[in-house]
Design a protein around this ligand. Sequence first.
Ligand SMILES: [Zn+2]
Length: 340
Amino acid sequence: MKIFYSETHRKHDPPFELFDGGLRVPYLENPDRMDRILNALRKTDWAEIHQPSDFGLDSILAVHDAEYIDFLASCWTEWLDSKPKDSSVFLPATFALRHHPQKPKSLLGRGGYYIMDLSACIVEGTYTAALVSANCALSAASSVVNGQSSAFALCRPPGHHAGKDYAGGYCFINNAAVAAHSLSVNGKVALLDIDYHCGNGTQDIFYERDDVLTISIHADPDFEYPSYFGFANERGKGNGFGFHHNFPLPKGTDDDSYLAALDQALELIQNFAPKFLVVSAGMDIYADDPLGTIKVTTEGIGEIGRRIASLNLPSVIVMEGGYNNEALGRNITSFLGKFK
Ligand SMILES: [Zn+2]
């Protein structure tokens, strides 16, 4: 299997994030995650690691708002120019409730307009790393269009919380959405998100489209981030009505209950009869993930991979979350090993 990966992700390494109540903690979405995964992949006899190609901005602007991408590109320089008292990260403290807000001119105002929470910290290398991460997904999509049965984009930063015009949850550019849109030029696409958290950004991007079926299986937003999206009654809008599905799960969901929800999702995908599949592969469904409450085992993750692979669709697998660094390597190889 071709794996697309770049060392550029190391440029995005925020020193902290803020938890509920204001607790400042080391950034959980850290470069060590990639090292653990690479170490495990290098021990297999099937992983071929490749550098991504550069596809330019057009594929990214096909799913993201241009002014939002401009904001990501210039944020850090503007932040330093504003001579902040603490320049370790850019983080706004005031957020736009998107009822009918006006877009402000100030940097902190735009930050609150384009960022949804306190875990999407921007540092000097964030934009560069986010672009290269999207190029890993585009490279994997390109290799599948060119005949590979599957490819893995080892993306960092992850992407599925980034909407058309906002960052959040460690995500800046929606890598899976960028890949799915690029594939959609060649036929219908199904995008299945198995990260522990709702893929709200992906939902936002494709909500009114009927050529990309989006399905997210995740912890119920009634108790889990991102809180405002991911409910079962969100089904799409306009032409896209019926082409989005959420499967909210309770705390403590085990392998069998998870697989029962997965089977329903796979049936929806089969009925849609897509030409390509994109999987947002978050490993925070793992039982011992520090951010998760779902109890899927490493063997369960392997079975999830086996059932998705049995769809026999050309598949682009995109790395999302997963924060038990010690277990990440064996979880991702357990999952990917079922695809060939
Ligand atoms: Zn997650």
